[in-house]
Unconditional design. Sequence first.
Length: 254
Amino acid sequence: MLDQWLCESVRLSALWPIAPGKSSSPLTFKEFAGTDPDSREEQLKFGMLREVGTVLDGSVNLEMRQTPGRFDWIMGPVMQVSVPASEATKFFHIGAVPDAIKRFSELPLLRVARDFAQPPRFAYGIVAYSTVNDVDASHRQLATLLHLKDFDLRDATEFALQINRPRFSSVVKDLKINRLSRWATVRILGFHFAVPHGEKVVQPTSPPLVATRVDIDVNTDENRSEPIPTDKIPNLLDELTSFTLEIAEKGDVK
């Protein structure tokens, strides 16, 4: 069941109610990945930094994003500026969800998360797609995953659902974990530009591609202000990952 999901991105975030000081900054992209980023954007006035580059032998992109009170590490596909018409309707991804999560775990995220500023909150998430033949097939898939037995989606043209099923952590005592998921049917349609006699005309390249999309965000209690104990962080991140995989595999479960 998990292999039906193609992973667009995997993300780990560390969050604070008040931004940590500069002395608590994480590794730079070069220290983290061993190479310089392909791009770097910095807004000193607002305390914002974004670095993007390829990692894991150049097969995926890593984005490191810093804003006041938050650090994000996001792994996604290496995007092309232009693609052939045959690939114009394509969901770009980094592999099946289990493989993508395994590759994400190969990055030195645990060391970074453990070694700076002891954040009181972590968030782990994925965006994934399951391609289907048509909109009705996606609606049937959603009805199964969300246990909507008596909910008739036939002939519906738009459908989206967001739900949070909190649980308490088995790693950190009394820590609530939000298990937020957003489900939808999506379509993409590629275009190319034809120029007959100097007049530009936009034409579809092929029939639309339809998929079921899920955005999973598993995060610790937003009301917590005390740091997560350092010795608990490895097992807590494993727990967040496990909850993410469970939602992708089983859908909406309590």
